[in-house]
Design a protein around this ligand. Structure first.
Ligand code: GRF
Length: 238
């Protein structure tokens, strides 16, 4: 069994009082406030927009405190700016090495003291520093039913393979490509006349709902990871 990583839940009474982020000595303890979300995007940001909509209700239990991108001009950053949320852009090409980019991205995200970092269509693999800093609280939504069809062409690959069920997977990111501990999955049918576009859109509708539901549950109930299982609602740290 792998390490146990635990996070305490917030209560509904706590979510109405956003506050700075007190943390315990293990940098994971989150008492008395809504979960702080930093969302990373590379594109249109429909997943981000769904989260922004959900977090308008204080009972949801989380707030988006910053949105970051790896490129200029994303719809995701524009949506965040329209909502008055701080944004940042860290381009790989702006740094002499991938490690320095990873370090800069880590610092940007860490400055917002996130309880959860959400890759919502963020098309970059983060490096060791980032993964260590946000271990057990960096989630990614992927548009296939993992472990099938990892990588950036998931719906296309699923369609070419001829599967009859497609879907989306929400998982905690590890050092592999789409190999992390799975939090949730949702399936959608593949229809006979689907093309990549129609299948991708059907997946995205289900994917957004799953992301909103699961992030809310993480925020309200807390979570811990035991090996390859995510347990909601139990704090083994006591
Ligand atoms: C999602 O379907 C995600 O799985 C994939 O990119 C899409 C992002 O969409 N990696 P959006 O930018 O949230 O609209």
């Amino acid at each position: 069994m792998g390490p146990i990583i635990s996070h305490r839940p917030v209560t509904l009474a706590q979510v109405t009082s956003p506050a700075p982020a007190p943390r315990g000595p293990d940098d994971r303890f989150v008492p008395g406030r809504p979960a702080r979300l930093v969302v990373l995007v590379s594109g249109g940001g429909s997943n981000l927009s769904a989260l922004l909509e959900a977090t308008r209700d204080p009972v949801y239990g989380a707030q988006v405190v910053a949105v970051g991108a790896d490129r200029e001009g994303t719809g995701g950053v524009a949506a965040a700016q329209a909502a008055g949320i701080p944004t940042f852009v860290e381009r790989v090409g702006a740094y002499p090495s991938r490690e320095e980019w990873d370090s800069a991205l880590t610092a940007q995200v860490a400055a917002h003291e996130p309880d959860l970092v959400i890759s919502a269509g963020f098309l970059k693999l983060c490096g060791r520093q980032f993964l260590e800093r946000f271990d057990g609280r960096y989630v990614n939504t992927h548009n296939t039913l993992l472990p099938a069809f990892p990588g950036i062409h998931g719906p296309r690959d699923a369609l070419e393979y001829g599967v009859k069920l497609a879907g989306a997977t929400l998982f905690f990111v590890d050092a592999g490509i789409d190999t992390g501990v799975i939090l949730a999955q949702v399936a959608v049918p593949v229809l006979d006349d689907d093309d990549v576009e129609t299948l991708t859109e059907r997946i995205k509708v289900a994917e957004r709902a799953q992301l909103v539901e699961q992030v809310g549950r993480l925020a309200r109930e807390g979570w811990h990871i035991e090996g390859r299982r995510v347990r909601l609602g139990t704090d083994t740290a006591g």
